[in-house]
Design a binder for this molecule. Structure first.
Ligand code: MN
Length: 211
């Protein structure tokens, strides 16, 4: 099999009370697991696709045969998005929460005015994304920018396909499956609480690698 479901870097209960245990179990095992299975099924028997990284795959959808392009877009995007999402979170007070430091903090402050302003704008992108999707911090032409995508689209797919481009630095899942058991219709509360589990050390690593 080309792709595998990565293990979580913490226990299913580690993000309590911000994200509940059952949500993490279903989200990781069933939702992300499903994307991996469906992606592998879509590219099975196509060595040119099976040997690519998921980022390379979704970053060049035009080279994916048309009969499996939508499946690769949805499930490859789902695999890439969730693989990043698990990594950029950590238990509250144990790597999760607080504020970015160093180069990332400086870039956020110079681009958005302050960390508080950045959180407001990122939160607005997450709140206003109608239906299922993601909000993103991306690095585009050396500058940080905020945007959102529908479904499992990823900025690597490019502006023409998903309305956003750039290298993803951090992404927030605002599908109902990410929060509904605990928050029901209260997406803004989920977004506000989510900052308490953001792993800024990991986000900074991704930023440095993207530069
Ligand atoms: Mn999800």
């Amino acid at each position: 099999m080309a792709f595998q479901l990565p293990s979580l870097p913490y226990d299913f209960s580690a993000l309590e009370p911000v994200i509940d245990t059952q949500t993490m179990q279903i989200h990781h095992g069933k939702h992300h697991g499903g994307y991996v299975t469906n992606l592998n099924n879509a590219i099975a028997g196509k060595p040119a696709l099976e040997t690519k990284s998921v980022e390379a795959l979704i970053g060049d959808l035009a080279s994916v045969p048309e009969d499996v392009r939508t499946a690769v877009r949805n499930n490859g995007g789902g695999h890439a998005n969730h693989s990043m999402f698990w990594q950029i979170m950590a238990p509250k007070g144990k790597g999760g929460g607080g504020e970015p430091t160093g180069d990332l903090a400086a870039a956020i402050n110079s681009t958005f005015g302050s960390f508080a302003d950045f959180k407001t704008r990122f939160g607005e992108a997450a709140t206003k994304r109608f239906g299922s999707g993601w909000s993103w911090l991306v690095l585009k032409n050396g500058k940080l920018a905020i945007g959102s995508t529908a479904n499992q689209d990823n900025p690597l797919m490019g502006e023409a396909i998903c309305g956003l481009s750039g290298k993803p630095i951090m992404g927030l899942d605002v599908w109902e499956h990410a929060y509904y058991l605990k928050y029901q219709n209260r997406r803004p509360e989920y977004i506000t609480n989510w900052w308490e589990v953001v792993n800024w050390t990991k986000v900074a690593e991704i930023y440095q690698a993207a530069k």
